[in-house]
Design a protein around this ligand. Structure first.
Ligand SMILES: Cc1cc2nc3c(=O)[nH]c(=O)nc-3n(C[C@H](O)[C@H](O)[C@H](O)COP(=O)(O)OP(=O)(O)OC[C@H]3O[C@@H](n4cnc5c(N)ncnc54)[C@H](O)[C@@H]3O)c2cc1C
Length: 387
């Protein structure tokens, strides 16, 4: 795969990507990826050895300082890791949650003690973190969250329910948003906490879903936390959550997932002779162009991050653009592959380890995860003065 990075890469960055690709092409990595694809339902990947192998080289969190297990590089190298991992078929969800969201927020807003305690273990791939924001009664409208943290002499007592979080069953800690102060403005009075998931007051239950990656309901039942578990300032969680979304929402991961699928469909069209027919070549070229545009938009966000100027509106465009293409690609996959597209990984005739079948089940989630398509359009329209 040759993805041209808009703005180009320095010699060092090109070398970094070559090394990454070499590593991800190793037999042991290919074997691990194939083994994950063929796992039975429910046996989803969690703490992967591949993450630890990357962690040993400082490649899991290359933008973090060396003392926290990184390489002191920048947003470009982080994006290259995400892109290459996804293109190589390595599941990226736990990595994105741990490093891209929780770890990055700790790096920006955590205390020296929180950074020293958690970041090196996250960067080495030995410990993982999940995100507890969404609740049964609130997702897009997060300011309406009902989880409460009440001040007590020992610190804070938390009660509430968080749903649709992923990977909490594998993670050690979670970033949890809770209401600490009531008030007329819902966005005020929310605080972020680092919560130990393996605690008697935390119960994790599966929530049924279509995709291989399970959702969880996390019930927090009278969990006692201390001041040391608060991330940032008390009542300043809303601002931090928004900053965090700007760091996470580049669209790089969504684009790479879409690109991997489209390349597969194009390979099948070539192998079956359909690529020579206008009825297939036209729509595939159209999708290819849309993904190229999505790639350029995603990399613009990475450049903005590197320059310390994240932009919430253009990152909403990048996320929307990349995640919306998956359903068009999957429709085209049925045209090109027919019913073979829905053969799962456990079928001997499955196409490339059943990637398409898995994508029919996980694809709808792309429009919802990390902010829904409608919310992205709302952010864009609002900025354009259309509302
Ligand atoms: C794959 C995946 C992984 C996830 N991982 C996590 C995780 O790790 N941690 C976590 O906390 N959460 C996670 N989520 C939850 C996710 O953040 C929420 O699903 C999302 O924010 C939407 O919230 P909701 O499901 O409550 O839907 P709602 O907010 O109830 O929305 C329902 C529908 O209404 C639309 N809608 C809502 N408000 C508006 C509006 N103002 N204007 C127009 N349309 C609107 C939405 O776009 C959507 O189509 C994950 C979700 C998915 C799919």
């Amino acid at each position: 795969v040759s993805l041209l990075v808009p703005g180009g890469l320095t010699t060092g960055q090109q070398e970094f990507r070559r090394e990454l690709r070499k590593f991800l092409g190793q037999q042991r990595v290919r074997k691990a990826v194939a083994e994950i694809a063929r796992r039975p339902p429910g046996a989803e990947p969690g703490q992967l050895e591949v993450y630890r192998w990357l962690g040993e080289r400082g490649w899991l969190a290359p933008a973090w300082p060396v003392r926290y297990g990184g390489l002191g590089l920048g947003a470009v190298e982080s994006a290259l890791v995400t892109e290459e991992l996804v293109l190589a078929g390595v599941p990226d969800d736990l990595y994105v949650l741990s490093i891209g969201i929780v770890g990055m927020l700790l790096l920006q807003a955590g205390t020296a003690e929180q950074k020293g305690k958690h970041l090196p273990l996250l960067a080495s791939g030995d410990r993982f973190a999940s995100v507890l924001f969404t609740e049964p009664e609130c997702g897009s409208d997060l300011a309406a969250l009902g989880t409460k943290a009440v001040r007590v002499p020992e610190g804070w007592r938390l009660r509430g329910e968080k749903t649709y979080n992923q990977k909490s069953q594998f993670a050690d800690i979670a970033l949890c948003a809770a209401r600490t102060s009531p008030g007329p403005v819902a966005q005020h009075g929310i605080t972020l906490f680092l919560l130990p998931l393996r605690s008697p007051g935390v119960h994790i239950e599966p929530v049924p879903g279509m995709a291989n990656e399970r959702f969880n309901l996390v019930v927090i039942d009278s969990l006692l936390l201390t001041e040391a578990d608060v991330v940032g300032e008390v009542d300043d969680g809303w601002r931090l959550m928004n900053e965090m979304l700007e760091l996470e929402r580049t669209g790089i991961d969504f684009h790479a997932k879409a690109r991997r699928l489209l390349d597969l469909v194009i390979r099948r069209a070539a192998a079956t002779g359909k690529l020579a027919e206008n009825a297939y070549a036209g729509p595939l070229a159209d999708l290819d162009a849309r993904l190229a545009a999505g790639h350029a938009l995603a990399w613009e966000q990475v450049r903005n991050l590197d320059a310390g100027r994240p932009d919430a509106v253009s990152s909403a465009m990048a996320k929307w653009c990349a995640s919306e293409q998956v359903r068009h690609i999957l429709r085209m996959a049925s045209e090109v592959c027919g019913l073979d597209a829905v053969l799962s990984a456990w079928d001997d005739d499955a196409i490339e380890d059943g990637q398409l079948e898995a994508a029919y089940r996980s694809g709808p989630g792309h429009r919802l995860a990390s902010g829904t398509s409608e919310i992205m359009l709302y952010l864009i329209a609002n900025d354009m003065g259309l509302l």
